[in-house]
Write a protein that binds this ligand. Sequence first.
Ligand code: EPZ
Length: 424
Amino acid sequence: MKKLIIEGKHELSGRIKIGGAKNSVVALIPAAVLSDGICTIYNVPDISDVHRLIEMLELLNVKVTFKDETLIIDNTNAKNNEIPSNLAEKLRASYYFMGSLLAKYNHAEISYPGGCSIGARPIDLHIGGFEKLGAKTSIKDNNYTIKTNNLKGADIFLDFASVGATINLILAATKAKGTTRIYNAAKEPEIVNVASFLTTMGAKIYGVGTSEITIEGVEKLGDGIVEVIPDRIEAGTYLIIGSLLGKDLVIEGIIKEHLGSVITKLNEIGCKLKINGSTITVNKCDNLKPVKVKTLVYPGFPTDLGQPISTLLTQCEGVSLFEETIYENRMRHIPHLNAMGANIKLDDKTATIKGKTNLTGKKVEATDLRAGAAMLVAGMIAEGTTVISNIEHILRGYENIVDKLSKVGGKVKIVEEIISIANK
Ligand code: EPZ
């Protein structure tokens, strides 16, 4: 088990380069399977989810090289195979192989995906969409078998603008006969990134980034090429940390249009952000103002930054409200923040945060990826030392986090906790 040891209250100055977006690359890699040729993916972050997905590609007899942030994926000898639970359960995004294998082979075998325990996270919208396209799904011991004689274009109305269902149904529809229209589609930038990748292979996809997407099925998909967009959630996390500890901290390699709601909210709080093209310079701000944060689908305030910003709200003078609307259980960091000295009252999915409170370093836990990020922010500003356990969650979504923070003055390190047998 790895732990993160953080010594709080160190000013951060210098440059942090944002890596490729986790929530994009984890869809781009399964999407690459649709190509009958060779795919090149640039700006790939070195995070554990990428390595898990490479293992799944290799299971499909796909040849993969990963060097200098570039993935070369050679499907020349690819063949269908079941994605077993020991791999699929490691991350939620393994379910994108449902859409790509179904489109490529008319058959996908994969066990129920993993992912952060932030709610029930059903996949009914994915399965319902596949059925609309003419696929039949059977489930046995959590293993999904999805089969079709051939996929036919259909009109699909999503009950909820689900990111995963939108991407999975685009993947499945790329080679379906005829036209597929997805209504109430999600509009996240990561979906646009995936669609642009598929278009280079020859897919015909229109309207991505809006709530109505049209896909004209094609017979064959050839070589593909794409660059992973910068990770807006990683960028937002560092902007939050910079608002508390920054001294001309430069966050570089961002797409500011993807951070509209985050920049607006941080400005409302009184954070000092200087935007210049693809960089944002952030400075610590003392008199932070209380605000209301409500997470929504894109372009609303992203649910993945709800937990990290709730730590910032503990430093605002006054009463802030943080409401999570996307997941049922994304408040598991609150008790840990309160143990460090925060004053947060939780009522179902709304947290009332009374600031400004001084936080003191404690032993805490990363219960999920973004809760871990919230604890990281807390440790960076707390008096003394904070020890975060279960940081494997954090390492899934934040590339080289110790290196990036240490380089700008952060005092953070990872230690391996040897759990002695005697303790068991
Ligand atoms: C993606 O998850 C991201 N994960 C999540 O990031 C992100 O929080 C989420 O989109 C929303 O932006 C990846 O891209 C790998 P959804 P996804 O389908 O696709 C319900 C992180 O921290 N729903 O938009 O699973 C679902 O239960 C992670 O990086 C159904 O009910 O999100 C949830 O309440 C966490 N049925 C809501 O919709 C379905 O079939 C949003 O889910 C699908 C989803």
